[in-house]
Design a protein around this ligand. Sequence first.
Ligand code: AP5
Length: 219
Amino acid sequence: MRLIFLGPPGAGKGTQASLLLQRYGTVSLASGDILREALRRGDPIGRQAHQYMENGSLVPDEVITELILQRLETLGKEQSFVLDGFPRTEAQARALDVWLERRGHKRIDRVVDFDISEEKIVRRLAGRRICGGCGASYHTENLPPHREGFCNRCGGELRMREDDLPETIRKRLAVYHRQTEPLLKFYRNQGKLRVVPGDLEIESQYEALLQLLKAEQLV
Ligand code: AP5
């Protein structure tokens, strides 16, 4: 299966993609994680992206598109994957379609929109903690680590994401409505859009996602 996860910040895209990875081994390409890794490594592209990420705006289309297509290049033509956070503009979506077609790759099967209220988003992002070592994601209440403040996986220190500050969350939401929401129509017109409630508990959201994927005969 080849999926795109859409939805506003905090809708649970990354959380659900990692559950699919654990159960089905589905490769997850998370654009935000890829950019943050590039920044941690000190790559020029990470430094260039940082100025946009820290204030909640989108990294230029050509920068992120090249980065994601380079990753896709390393996958087999039939390899299952989830794209989490890419595409985020119509230009990115069109570039992806063109690339898949030109390379003879299997096309995107479904686009899942996680639909969630803004009130829930703010609570989720305020409680999110990220490992400074490996990038694993936690939540102070909904997904706490075994030892407070430290990563289960690598023992690294947990911290807030710099773009999870209240004023940056507001900016990211506005950017989502203006630049990414139009993609819902783009994929609805392709007949690929499906909606999963994003405001359920993590396990219930996952069940709803699995039900959809089973109904579509993708798992
Ligand atoms: P990115 O990292 O992609 O951020 P985002 O889309 O804003 O998404 P989030 O990671 O905030 O939310 P999520 O839906 O993955 O939620 P999560 O599962 O983590 O992008 C960051 C920046 O990079 C962008 O602002 C932009 O600058 C740049 N960028 C990235 N892609 C780009 C692109 N294509 N084009 C241009 N620029 C790009 O969950 C959040 C929290 O809630 C966690 O703590 C989790 O534990 C908790 N949680 C999750 N699900 C539930 C649930 N069901 N119930 C309770 N808690 C839950």
